[in-house]
Design a protein around this ligand. Structure first.
Ligand code: HEM
Length: 441
């Protein structure tokens, strides 16, 4: 049985009292999504938030849990682990690199954590800037977003769960140059092709489902994953050789990435950027409706239209702020794993080489308070939903642009929405909505 309330310390909420009390950490619907996705993980996130979060006056939250290893829901400890590359590794047992090395081969180890990773990140820094992300979203998404807006305006309903999968599937086809599905640039992908691409990425991610206890894969899981990667990256060699420089694969070539690196990066994008983005899009929409915060957002958007003011560099507008808040409260990558590569003391505990650490990002992020469309930047969590340190999400700008594009489609006309029906995804790595039907409210 999953508890629906947990003890949280609300010290990170600048407006709240510095007390520890029993409150639901998020909405009832969000909790249902977590339970439907992975009941055991939901229990870890809720219980972990209660026992391994930051504690006032005491030790920072870091606990050893049998079967899981070290667990923390303290954003400061989490960031310390993620930025300490001398003692923690993504390729050791417990990190995603460990999974990938079994699927793609040992060359991945260097690409994920060695000098190869540094070279890859240095060269791929320009892949997803704010500007290129906005252009990607405009290019791959304008059609379906335009249709969704017209459907809503005509008084009909839109399934945001499906729409998010179509959009992300189209993005994947376009990024990976999947041949025959419009990825070669010959035509735009159909909804069915986009949904198929998304489902293929989902199958790959589901192989990691069993990895909460261990990141060692069984031989049949390795061969199933290899077949999926081969299918999804079959357009990469051709795209890398011939795609123009304004497409991702062409850009990889121009930036000096080799074919191996580009294939590795393409595999990473698939796994890291599909379910996470689709999850955040639908869940942020639901949160805006369920919490009533959509009314605040609509007021802020109307204010900005009526009284445009110059914003400072990096200062978010109303939609960008709601996007950040949606990412914080949903934290689709709810857990980040690392292996301990050499003995180290963290938060007063001795961690030994070979052990693993689970950073409960969801628990750490939701502890800052309930969803508020205009919540200011939270210093403790920063952007822990995208990780931290050298593996900080490469697609962060793209993910933000994707969610913002959806919110503009849904709310630019100035009307609130209501949820007509919803269905949670079951047995998935990233909690999300299979269906979230909305209409003008
Ligand atoms: C809401 C959406 C997203 C969330 C919450 C998210 C979250 C994360 C997190 C937490 C990490 C760090 C993992 C770790 O340290 O073990 C990460 C890494 C990564 N993400 Fe994202 N991500 C999102 C969307 C995307 C998108 C759209 C792309 C690109 C298409 C992308 C590409 C990557 C890549 C390539 C990495 C690996 C970076 C590295 O190891 O150097 N992500 N993401």
């Amino acid at each position: 049985m999953i508890p629906h309330t947990v003890r949280v310390t609300t010290t990170a909420d600048p407006t709240g009292p510095r007390t520890s009390r029993v409150v639901p950490p998020t909405t009832r619907h969000e909790l249902r999504l977590l339970v439907a996705a992975r009941p055991a993980m939901a229990a870890v996130l809720l219980a972990g938030g209660a026992v391994a979060g930051p504690r006032r006056g005491g030790r920072a939250g870091l606990r050893k849990v049998p079967g899981l290893g070290w667990v923390t829901a303290d954003p400061v400890v989490g960031r310390q682990v993620l930025t300490d590359h001398r003692h923690f590794t993504i390729v050791g047992e417990g990190g995603v690199g460990h999974l990938w090395a079994q699927i793609l081969g040992d060359w991945v180890l260097d690409l994920f954590d060695g000098p190869g990773h540094h070279a890859l990140r240095t060269r791929s820094r320009e892949l997803f800037t704010e500007v290129s992300a906005a252009a990607l979203v405009d290019g791959a998404w304008s059609g379906p977003l335009h249709d969704a807006r017209r459907t809503l305006a005509a008084g009909r309903s839109v399934d945001v769960g499906r729409l998010a999968r179509v959009l992300v599937g189209r993005m994947m086809i376009s990024l990976l140059g999947i041949p025959g599905a419009g990825g070669g640039g010959e035509r735009l992908p159909s909804d069915d092709e986009a949904l198929t691409a998304f489902a293929t990425g989902e199958r790959l991610a589901s192989i990691a489902l069993a990895s909460a206890g261990s990141t060692y894969l069984a031989p049949e899981q390795v061969s199933a994953a290899q077949a999926i990667v081969a299918e999804l990256t079959r357009g990469v060699p051709d795209g890398w050789r011939h795609a123009p420089a304004d497409r991702l694969l062409g850009r990889c070539r121009e930036l000096g990435l080799g074919l191996d690196e580009t294939t590795g990066l393409a595999s990473l994008l698939m796994v890291a950027g599909t379910e996470t983005s689709a999850s955040a899009m639908a869940r942020t929409t639901a949160l805006l409706v369920d919490t009533g915060e959509q009314h605040r957002l609509l007021r802020l958007m109307a204010d900005e239209r009526e009284h445009p003011v110059a914003r400072g560099a990096g200062e978010p507008d109303a939609v960008e702020n709601a996007v950040r808040e949606g990412l914080r409260v949903t934290s689709p990558a709810s857990v980040i794993g690392r292996g301990v590569s050499s003995d180290v003391e963290v938060a007063g505990r001795m961690l030994r080489a070979g052990e693993r650490v689970m950073i409960l990002t969801w628990s750490a992020n939701v502890a800052a308070g309930a969803f508020r469309a205009d919540r200011p930047y939270v210093r403790e969590t920063r952007q822990l939903w995208f990780g931290a340190g050298r593996h900080l999400c490469l697609g962060a700008a793209l993910a933000r642009a994707e969610i913002a594009a959806l919110l503009h489609t849904l709310y630019d006309d100035g009307a609130p929405l209501r949820v007509v029906s919803r269905r949670a995804m079951r047995r998935v790595l990233v909690p999300g909505y299979d269906e979230l039907v909305v209409a003008l409210g």
